[in-house]
Every structure is written in structure tokens, then in C-alpha cells.
Design a protein around this ligand. Structure first.
Ligand SMILES: [Zn+2]
Ligand SMILES: [Zn+2]
Length: 327
């Protein structure tokens, strides 16, 4: 019902228009269509810091003395996250590190790794760069060639995802951090929700609950994963990165246009253009579903992978299953 309200109350004739002036009197540089706010550069910037801080405190993401690794790929979202977190965490009593994974994508990754290093240096945040080559002995390009040779029908993201998550875990271990912050934004949350809705994966929908993996200090999830910017639109993070002259890789991953995520992204963007705010209200619905989902059995099913000993929901973990296909 709530979603219907959003659609019907913001028809084009009633939709608020941008004002040339921000409420503080400065010139408007950004119009937030979903709530009708016209914002100057400073107020827009402040709002991104505020939204991040609010999510951190609302979901109890950070504790005093935490050692936090920011997963920085060098794209607009993660460079924004590193920049925002280095501000937000000043005086917080937590230590901050940047953590970059080089998957090994020729002609694409080198530039973004350099960008991540440049920004980390500018912000005086120590950075650790690790690669698939270090951890698995091959690059993503090589792995995807093998997949092709063996005619395995899985998308590139399905191969890369588990390797990337494991790499982040291993890099976090190297850095001895207890929290990893990733730059998932509101759009990522919705896309992930739809992918799992369409594939019937309730457990992964539960993972969208921001407090789920943080529960229980004795749980198997020793590393706390947080997404401090999950309530922020992707396009606002792009604008933020531009506004602040952050060095970021503007090209998207050459492998990304496979799979259903791109179709869902386009669909949601088209809806949002016609009905500003629909992504925001969908996020509320997603959080409502994720937090009220009871999948008590999932925790009990967590065991150790027979091959590598990592935490797994099945006898063989997703990384070992992937390695079987590509190495
Ligand atoms: Zn202003
Ligand atoms: Zn394994």
C-alpha cells in the first residue's frame, strides 16, 4: 500500500520542481527529486555525511576500538566511502585501513588500483593491495578463459563474486581488522533483493538485514561486514565523487553486462525516473521483509568446508566450487 501511495502522490503535475536556491541561500547544484530538496554543493555534501553517520549509529555498525577495513575497488562508490569514512571516523577511536583487491582484469583494474592508492595516500589511510594472483594463483581473465574452455554456463560475476569475498576475508585477516565496510548503495541492495526474489533464495534476502550478521559475538561470522551507505542512491554517490574531485575509475567492469543485474538496474532506473522515490520506498519494503524473515535453520546449517576449512553453508564452500571450475 505504501508503495502505491508514493506512485499516486508524486504524479508529474504534483511533483516538486527544483528551486534555483538551496534553503541556505546558496545556488542549487543538485535536485533530490524523491523528496523535493534543492541543495547547494555544501548542503549536498553534508547530507551524504549525515546519511552515512545516521546509518552507522542506527544499525550500531561501529564500536569503540574497532579496526575497520574499507574495501576500495577504485570506483565511484568505494572511493566516496573511503573519503566519507575518513571524515566520519575522526575522533571515533577506531582505526581505518583501505583494502583493495586486484582481480586481474587487463586494461581495467590497473587504473582503479592506482586511484585507490592515490586517494588513500591523500587521506593518510594505510592501504593493502592484494590480488587473485596472490591468493589463488591466477587472474580473473585467466579464470574466465578456463570457464569458456570448459563451457561452464555461469556468469562472470558468479565466478568473481565468491573469489572476491574470500579475497576480502583473507586481506582483512592480513590487516587484522575486525570490521569490513563495503560501498553497497541503495541500488545495489534493491538489485540483490530482486535477483534473490527471482531465484527463490530466501537466505540471501535475509542477508540484506543490516543487523543480521552483526548479531551474536560468538557466531561464526567473526568479521563484521557493514554497508554504511546502503541508504544512499547510486546516482548521488556518483555526483558526490564528481563534486569532491575524487579520483575514480569511471568505466564499468568489462564483464558486468552479463546476467540479470543489468536488466534489473535498468528497470528500477526507468521506474524511478517516472516515480521519484520509488526506490526509497522499495528499500523500506526490502528491509521490512529481510528483518522479519525467520531463517533460524540457516545458522545451524553453517559448517566448515571439507576442502579448505572455511565457514560454509554446505559441505564444499562456494570458493572451492568455483576453483573446481576455473583452475
Ligand atoms: Zn545549502
Ligand atoms: Zn572451501
Amino acid at each position: 500500500m505504501q508503495a502505491e501511495n508514493v506512485i499516486t502522490t508524486r504524479t508529474s503535475s504534483q511533483r516538486q520542481k527544483a528551486s534555483p536556491q538551496c534553503r541556505c541561500g546558496n545556488k542549487t547544484v543538485y535536485f533530490r527529486a524523491y523528496n523535493g530538496e534543492s541543495l547547494c554543493a555544501k548542503c549536498f555534501n553534508d547530507s551524504i555525511f549525515e546519511k552515512t553517520k545516521k546509518a552507522i549509529s542506527k544499525y550500531d555498525m561501529l564500536h569503540y576500538g574497532d579496526k575497520v577495513g574499507i574495501a576500495v575497488s577504485g570506483g565511484k562508490d568505494s572511493t566516496s566511502l573511503l573519503y566519507v569514512m575518513s571524515e566520519v571516523m575522526k575522533g571515533h577511536g577506531s582505526k581505518l585501513y583501505a583494502l583493495t583487491i586486484d582481480e586481474g582484469i587487463e586494461g581495467y583494474r590497473d587504473e582503479s588500483v592506482q586511484n585507490a592508492e592515490r586517494l588513500a595516500e591523500k587521506l593518510s589511510v594505510p592501504i593493502l593491495v592484494c590480488s587473485y594472483q596472490d591468493f589463488f594463483g591466477f587472474t580473473l581473465d585467466e579464470a574466465l578463459e578456463k570457464r569458456k574452455d570448459r563451457q561452464v554456463k555461469s556468469t562472470s560475476c558468479a565466478v568473481c563474486g565468491p573469489l572476491r569475498r574470500r579475497s576480502i576475508d583473507l586481506a582483512a585477516e592480513k590487516l587484522d581488522v575486525n570490521v569490513v565496510a563495503t560501498a553497497h548503495n541503495l541500488d545495489d541492495m534493491l538489485q540483490t533483493f530482486y535477483i534473490n526474489l527471482y531465484s527463490g533464495d530466501l537466505e540471501r534476502i535475509k542477508w540484506l538485514d543490516p543487523s543480521f550478521k552483526q548479531q551474536g559475538k560468538n557466531s561464526e561470522f567473526k568479521l563484521r561486514r557493514i554497508k554504511p551507505m546502503f541508504e544512499i542512491y547510486e546516482q548521488e554517490l556518483a555526483f558526490f565523487a564528481y563534486q569532491n574531485n575524487l579520483p575514480f575509475q569511471s568505466e564499468s567492469c568489462p564483464y558486468m553486462n552479463e546476467g540479470i543485474r543489468t536488466e534489473i538496474r535498468n528497470h528500477l532506473n526507468a521506474l524511478e525516473a517516472r516515480h521519484p522515490g520509488i526506490k526509497y520506498s522499495t528499500l523500506k519494503t526490502v528491509l521490512g521483509i529481510a528483518t522479519s524473515l525467520e531463517i533460524g535453520d540457516a545458522r545451524k546449517r553453517i559448517t566448515r568446508c571439507e576442502k579448505c576449512g572455511s565457514v560454509s553453508t554446505g559441505p564444499i564452500c562456494s570458493v572451492c566450487l568455483t576453483l573446481d571450475v576455473v583452475s
